[in-house]
Design a protein around this ligand. Structure first.
Ligand SMILES: NC(=O)c1ccc[n+]([C@@H]2O[C@H](COP(=O)([O-])OP(=O)(O)OC[C@H]3O[C@@H](n4cnc5c(N)ncnc54)[C@H](OP(=O)(O)O)[C@@H]3O)[C@@H](O)[C@H]2O)c1
Length: 337
C-alpha cells in the first residue's frame, strides 16, 4: 500500500514522502481500515517536526484521525461487528495518512450515513476538544465571556458556534485584522486583532474592568501571555496547544493576588479518564452537533495522498481558511470543497 512516511523529524514538506509499505495485519482486538480521508491537524505536523508531547519511533506515518471502511478484523469477537462499516478512525499512535491503518476495534467507531466523509474525517479531535474544554472542564455559564485566541482556527470557529448554541459570549482574538469579519458573521460576540494594539487593553474595552473569567489559548509565547494578562480576578486560562513553541510568562503575584490560574488540557488524557458509556454519549453528542452545524468543520482544499507535501504546505499557510484534507483514493488533483 501507499503511505506518507518520515524517517527524520523536520519540516513536514521536506521530510515526508509517499512510499510503498506492507499492508498492516490486524492483531487480536484490532481491525484494518481502508482509509478514505484524513485531515492535516497541527498535532500531526507537530509530530513530524518532533515537537509533540508523544513521539513515534521512526520511520513513522502521521495521522491521528480520519474516516475509512473496516475491511478485516483480527482475532477476537468484537472487531467482527464493525467489518464492512464506515468508521471514524481514532488512531492515537498515528498512522492514518496511508491507504490502510490498523487500530483497536474500539477506536473504529461506526459513523451515521448522513454525516459526509469530510465531516466524518474531522469528527473527533477538534469537536471533542471543544466540548470537553467548554462544557466539561470550564463549564462556561450562559451569559459569561469566553476569551479565545487563534479564534479563526477550525476549533475556534466551532467554539464560536457553540457559544451561540449554549448561550455564552465569545471574545475572539485573531492576529490579522482581515480575519475579523468572518468571525463576526459566524456569530462571535466581539473580535479583536492583536495587530491593533495590546490585547489586555482591547479586552477591557469589551468586558469592562471585570474582565473575562474563562479563557483558552493554543498559541503560547507573547500571544498566550497576553491572554493570561487579560483575565479578570479569579479567571481561568486553559492552555491546549503550543503553536509558537514558546513559553507563557506568568507573574506569580497575579496568581496570588487576583486568584487567576493556568491549566493544561490534552484530549488524550481527558478521554483516558472517560468510561465507555460516557465516551459513547460524547460521540452521540458530537454527531448531533455536527448535524446542527455547530461542530461541523470548515473544510478547505482536499489533496490526494500522493501530494502530501503540497497538502502540508497548504495547511501551514497564514490565513489558509478551512481544514486541509488528504484523500487516500479518488481524485488525483487538489480540489476545493
Ligand atoms: N490539547 C488538545 O487535546 C488539542 C486538541 C485539538 C486541537 N488542539 C490544538 O488546537 C489548536 C487549533 O487546532 P485547529 O485544528 O483548529 O488548527 P487550524 O485550523 O490549523 O488553525 C490554526 C490557527 O492558528 C492560528 N495561528 C497559527 N500560528 C499562530 C501564531 N503563531 N500566532 C497566532 N495565531 C496562530 C492561525 O491563524 P491564521 O488564520 O492567522 O493563519 C489559524 O487560525 C492547535 O494548536 C491544536 O494543536 C489541541
Amino acid at each position: 500500500m501507499k503511505a506518507a512516511v518520515f524517517s527524520t523529524f523536520g519540516e513536514p514538506a521536506e521530510v515526508l514522502d509517499v512510499r510503498e509499505v506492507p499492508v498492516p495485519k490486524p492483531g487480536a482486538g484490532q481491525v484494518r481500515v481502508r482509509m478514505i480521508a484524513s485531515p492535516i491537524n497541527p498535532s500531526d505536523t507537530m509530530v513530524v517536526e518532533g515537537r509533540y508531547g508523544v513521539l513515534p519511533t521512526l520511520p513513522a506515518t502521521p495521522g491521528f484521525e480520519g474516516v475509512g471502511v473496516v475491511e478485516e478484523a483480527g482475532p477476537g469477537l468484537m472487531g467482527r461487528f464493525v467489518v464492512g462499516k464506515r468508521v471514524v478512525v481514532i488512531n492515537n499512535k498515528g498512522g492514518n495518512w496511508a491507504e490502510y491503518a490498523v487500530v483497536p476495534w474500539k477506536q473504529a467507531r461506526p459513523i451515521p450515513d448522513d454525516i459526509p466523509d469530510e465531516q466524518a474525517a474531522t469528527f473527533f479531535v477538534n469537536p471533542a476538544t471543544a466540548l470537553a474544554m467548554v462544557r466539561h472542564v470550564l463549564k462556561v455559564p450562559k451569559g459569561e465571556w469566553l476569551l479565545l485566541s487563534a479564534a479563526g482556527s477550525t476549533l475556534g470557529k466551532m467554539i464560536i458556534k457553540l457559544g451561540r448554541h449554549d448561550g455564552f459570549k465569545t471574545l475572539c482574538v485573531v492576529r490579522r485584522s482581515e480575519a475579523k469579519q468572518e468571525l463576526i458573521d459566524l456569530g462571535a460576540d466581539a473580535v479583536i486583532s492583536s495587530s491593533e494594539g495590546p490585547v489586555p487593553e482591547q479586552v477591557r474595552r469589551v468586558t469592562g474592568d471585570a474582565g473575562p473569567k474563562y479563557a483558552l489559548d493554543p498559541i503560547g509565547g507573547e500571544a498566550g501571555t497576553a491572554i493570561f494578562r487579560s483575565l479578570g480576578p479569579g479567571g481561568r486560562l486553559i492552555v491546549y496547544g503550543s503553536l509558537t513553541g514558546e513559553p507563557i510568562e506568568v507573574d506569580p503575584r497575579s496568581l496570588i493576588s487576583t486568584r487567576t490560574s493556568v491549566e493544561g488540557f490534552w484530549l488524550g488524557h481527558w478521554m483516558a479518564e472517560r468510561s465507555i458509556p460516557s465516551a459513547l454519549l460524547l460521540f452521540r453528542e458530537i454527531a448531533a452537533l455536527i448535524r446542527e452545524g455547530v461542530l461541523s468543520a470548515d473544510i478547505g482544499r482536499t489533496y490526494p495522498l500522493a501530494q502530501v507535501c503540497d497538502a502540508v504546505r497548504e495547511a501551514a499557510q497564514v490565513g489558509r481558511g478551512g481544514k486541509v484534507l488528504l484523500r487516500m483514493s479518488g481524485s488525483q488533483s487538489p480540489s476545493a470543497s
